[in-house]
Design a protein around this ligand. Structure first.
Ligand code: ADP
Length: 596
């Protein structure tokens, strides 16, 4: 807990320090920018101020010269006591002064006494005043254009003085014309500016200023020399001049504890220096404000980024959580599946085991079946062979006795019986050979009508009624003629056997085509084949007949022969009684095509 508080305190300190550093750098940069901009503004304003001031002065610069050239002016200074001339001149000067919008116009004799003036009618008139102390007068008297800025010693009004010499025909200076102009209008214009403007005289004393409080203050140290020069010209009349605490470093001026950004330029003709002062503190405050705004913006950006990051982190955490949940579910499902899989595998294994057992049981059964068939066969064979053997032996014994008795005829009969018994046994052997043999005799086309007729001819003595229905267009079938006859005789004999008891002795033979095949059915009117033995009657050695009456090979051999023909042998019971054996045979392709 303490550790967290300490680390968050450190973080806060780092943040504050970073903010401070950003603010300092921004403030410094902004100050530089604002100062440069202020400097440019000050320079521009300075240019405009000088232009306006110069233009104003120029308007009046030539006025004294023009007046001095006037005939009447010369005549006046040549007759300084002519009251009528003075009176006329006063009025004329008053009119010119009004025209020019100047402050005062007046004429002086070479000894500095004013003899005529535009303000002749006023109480503070210049008439009779001596202005020899004014530098403009001395300059004009010396034949130059005099110019001077000062406070009127008589009027106490500030003004700029231009003076020109009045020359006689011999080019001698016989008087001086002076024009005083006011600069209050210009000063008033400056007040509308957002910068302080002031003009200093060659001694560094402010005499024009947008802020009246600055007037008559010395920007330069008021040395005795400067004070003496100022006093001699009575520039500022009786107004006291004071020194200001001023320090200047480059364009930064500190005045009365206030710092200003300044631009200054000398106006050589007037001998003035014009100063434009911009409040540096205001500029710095603006720069600080801008830096603060920047810091605010930077903080807002940082906060925004931080917020976005926080949101992103939150979203990521949520995603991770969802992923983990998903993975957990997948794992759960996988485990379930694995379990189910294991179960299935166990089941499969069990089934395999069961299957194996089944197979084993099946093969056991097959083995048992084979043994049973072998047993059946042995019983049948032993009976079939033992019986004729025993009979043959009896006949042989009797024949021996009859020969002894000399009864050759009866002995011969006995031998004949023995021979027939041997034939019977040979027939059994042939039967057995047929079962075992796999005939590979080639198949041929057989006309069913002929085959049926031949077979019926052999069995006919055992039957009473025979109905044959074989359509004329019935195609020949594929098979071996002798083997097919063997099958037919077999089936017909079985039918006769089955009907022997009931004595119905009727048989129906029907043939029909079915999709490339020929179906031949033999229906009898016997008891039919019981369902219990229907699927066993084609097995070898299966018989229901008493020993000695049948070997149980007939249907088995017939079935195999039909398979050899590419056909089939099926049994069913007729709904109205009696067995129906169907021979399914291949129709001859060539004949069938010819028929179609
Ligand atoms: P076998 O005639 O020597 O018994 P088969 O293989 O020819 O041998 O016949 C097997 C058995 O099928 C017969 O024992 C008999 O039970 C039965 N069977 C054959 N044909 C018919 C038939 N038409 N009607 C009833 N049962 C038949």
């Amino acid at each position: 807990m303490r550790l967290i508080r300490r680390s968050s305190l450190i973080l806060l300190a780092i943040c504050l320090a970073s903010a401070l550093a950003v603010f300092m750098v921004a403030s410094r940069t902004a100050t530089g920018i604002y100062m440069a901009e202020g400097r440019a503004r000050a320079e521009a304003l300075l240019g405009l101020t000088i232009q306006a001031l110069d233009g104003h002065l120029r308007r009046f610069e030539v006025v004294p010269d023009l007046l001095a050239d006037q005939e009447r002016v010369l005549r006046l200074v040549q007759n300084p006591t002519d009251a009528a001339r003075i009176e006329a001149m006063n009025l004329w000067l008053q009119a010119r002064n009004a025209e020019l919008d100047s402050s005062d116009i007046y004429i002086m004799t070479p000894d500095g006494v004013t003899i005529a003036a535009s303000n002749h009618h006023r109480a503070d008139s210049f008439i009779g005043q001596n202005f020899t102390y004014r530098p403009y007068f001395t300059a004009a008297l010396a034949g130059q254009t005099g110019r001077f800025y000062a406070i009127g010693t008589t009027s106490g009004v500030r003004g700029y003085y231009f003076a020109a010499p009045i020359l006689d025909e011999n080019n001698a200076t016989v008087g001086v014309v002076a024009v005083k102009i006011g600069l209050d209008v210009i000063e008033a214009e400056w007040r509308a500016q957002d910068a302080a403007i002031m003009v200093t005289d060659p001694e560094g004393i402010v005499f024009l200023a947008s802020d009246s409080g600055l007037r008559y203050q010395g920007l330069l140290p008021l040395t005795p020399d400067r004070l003496a020069r100022t006093a001699a010209s009575r520039r500022y009349a009786d107004v006291p001049v004071s020194e200001m605490a001023v320090t200047q470093a480059d364009d930064l001026l500190t005045m009365d504890g206030h710092e200003y950004l300044t631009a200054q330029e000398l106006m050589p003709r007037a001998g003035w220096t014009v100063h434009v002062l911009l409040d540096a503190a205001y500029l710095r405050a603006q720069a600080r404000l801008a830096a603060l705004a920047f810091l605010g913006a930077a903080l807002a950006v940082v906060l925004l980024i931080w917020q976005r990051r926080a949101r992103l982190t939150e979203r990521l955490a949520l995603q991770l959580q969802t992923k983990a949940e998903l993975e957990r579910r997948v794992a759960e499902r996988t485990a379930d599946l694995a379990q189910a899989n294991a179960l299935i595998e166990t089941e499969i294994a069990e089934r395999r085991l069961t299957e194996q057992e089944l197979r084993r049981t099946q093969s056991d059964l097959v083995q048992a079946g084979k043994l049973a068939a072998l047993g059946q066969m042995s019983a049948a064979l032993s009976h079939e062979i033992n019986q004729p053997l025993a009979a043959a032996r009896n006949y042989a014994d009797s024949a021996a006795i009859l020969i002894d008795r000399g009864d050759g005829v009866r002995a011969k009969e006995n031998v004949g019986q023995i021979l027939s018994l041997i034939d019977r046994m040979a027939a059994i052997a042939r039967h057995l050979r047929n079962v075992a043999r796999k005939p590979d005799a080639p198949l041929q086309d057989i006309v069913l009508r002929d085959a049926v007729a031949e077979a019926l001819a052999l069995v006919a003595p055992r039957l009473l009624q025979v109905a044959v229905d074989l359509p004329d267009d019935l195609p020949p079938v594929r098979g071996g003629p002798v083997r097919l006859q063997q099958v037919l005789v077999n089936l017909l004999s079985n039918a006769a056997d089955a009907m022997a008891e009931s004595g119905a002795l009727r048989i129906e033979v029907t043939g029909r085509r079915a999709a490339g095949r020929v179906l031949l059915t033999l229906r009898d009117y016997g008891p039919g084949v019981p369902a219990a033995i229907a699927d066993r009657i084609f097995d070898p050695f299966f018989t229901t007949k008493s020993v000695g009456s049948g070997l149980g090979l007939g249907l088995s051999i017939s079935y195999n022969i039909m398979k050899d023909f590419g056909g089939d042998l099926r049994v069913a019971n007729h709904p109205e009684g009696g067995a129906v054996f169907t021979l399914d045979l291949q129709a001859s392709v060539a004949r069938q095509e010819a028929a179609e």
